[in-house]
Design a protein around this ligand. Structure first.
Ligand code: ADP
Length: 295
């Protein structure tokens, strides 16, 4: 019988779900808004992904949850920190490129720098979860102010003809007034978008430098879908980044892989338990009933 493993990453902005088979291959993935009804929305997204890939909950041998809402899934077999899950997912996805040593993760409400050793173990991390500047929320706010969709930010970046507008505010609230001021001074939206990307890139690199930046560098989280931000980061770093095909689901994938390993370990332990009691029970019965003279 085939075995399947699910990883659910309940982030502040989006729920990400990955189902793998026992060969670590992704069978299906899904992203849905976290919303206010966090558990209900995550559960609905999980059921709908299972429907899409023709599986039922009972086919999932092991469910691992991660992210800020990870404890909400009471039927999860395991919960794991998003730093560990992100590292495991990035190590696996990045294999064709080499060994991932640095992860830049930008989420809806936070940004992180994670450093890994040559075996893929987490050695250090730095996180900004106090300030919206440099996070997906900042990009969402900027897109709203510029009256564009968040997935237009990339095309707007590359369409900029003039020099990127200087967006200096380090606080999202001040940046909002700065953007409105730039529009009022006649700056094109494209130049403002490009300026915002460079401002986020500089801020992110300052954060990641706290853990040290080593090759290969992996960039994930929803904002990694924004090719303009990717270009600004690569420009500021002077290096290419490894961008996964589906940047939002690396952490969910890592959680599923951790579940796959845990399940394998549990199965091996169970096999050992079943092997030993057969002998133990026989001798216990013999000693208890005194039916033999073996002592
Ligand atoms: P979290 O794990 O904190 O919930 P995510 O990694 O899912 O966050 O990232 C959410 C952010 O990703 C959003 O705030 C948004 O800025 C960005 N994002 C989502 N979809 C896109 C897209 N198609 N293009 C550009 N950015 C996107």
């Amino acid at each position: 019988m085939n075995e399947y493993f699910a990883g659910i990453d309940i982030g502040s902005t989006a729920v990400k779900i990955v189902v793998t088979d026992a060969d670590r291959q992704i069978i299906g993935s899904k992203t849905a808004a976290t919303g206010a009804l966090v558990f209900k929305n995550a559960q609905t997204a999980f059921s709908s992904l299972l429907d899409e890939i023709g599986l039922e909950r009972k086919h999932v041998s092991y469910l691992t949850t991660t992210g800020y809402g990870r404890k909400l899934f009471l039927d999860a077999d395991e919960t794991i920190s998003e730093i560990t899950a992100n590292a495991v997912g990035a190590r696996e996805v990045g294999k064709p490129f080499g060994t991932i040593r640095t992860i830049i993760n930008i989420g809806g409400q936070d940004s992180k720098g994670i450093s890994l050793d040559e075996y893929g173990n987490v050695t250090n991390f730095a996180m900004n979860d106090r300030c919206a500047a440099g996070t997906g929320r900042f990009l969402d706010m900027a897109a709203r102010n510029l009256e564009i969709e968040v997935d237009d930010l990339g095309p707007f970046h590359f369409a900029a003809k003039g020099i990127p507008a200087a967006v200096n505010a380090t606080c999202a609230v001040f940046a909002e007034s700065e953007i409105i001021g730039l529009l009022g001074n006649g700056h094109e939206r494209e130049e403002i978008v490009k300026g915002i990307h460079f401002s986020i890139a500089k801020r992110t690199i300052r954060l990641v430098k706290k853990v040290g930046i080593e090759e290969l560098i992996y960039f994930d989280g929803g904002p990694a879908l924004n090719k303009g931000l990717v270009a600004a980061l690569e420009d500021e770093l002077g290096r290419r980044l490894v961008i996964p095909a589906i940047p939002q689901v690396t952490t969910a994938y890592g959680a599923a892989l951790i579940g796959l390993e845990s399940h394998g370990y549990e199965k091996r332990e169970q096999a050992k338990e079943f092997a030993i009691p057969v002998v133990a029970e026989e001798s216990e019965v013999a000693h208890a009933c005194g039916a033999c003279s073996c002592g």
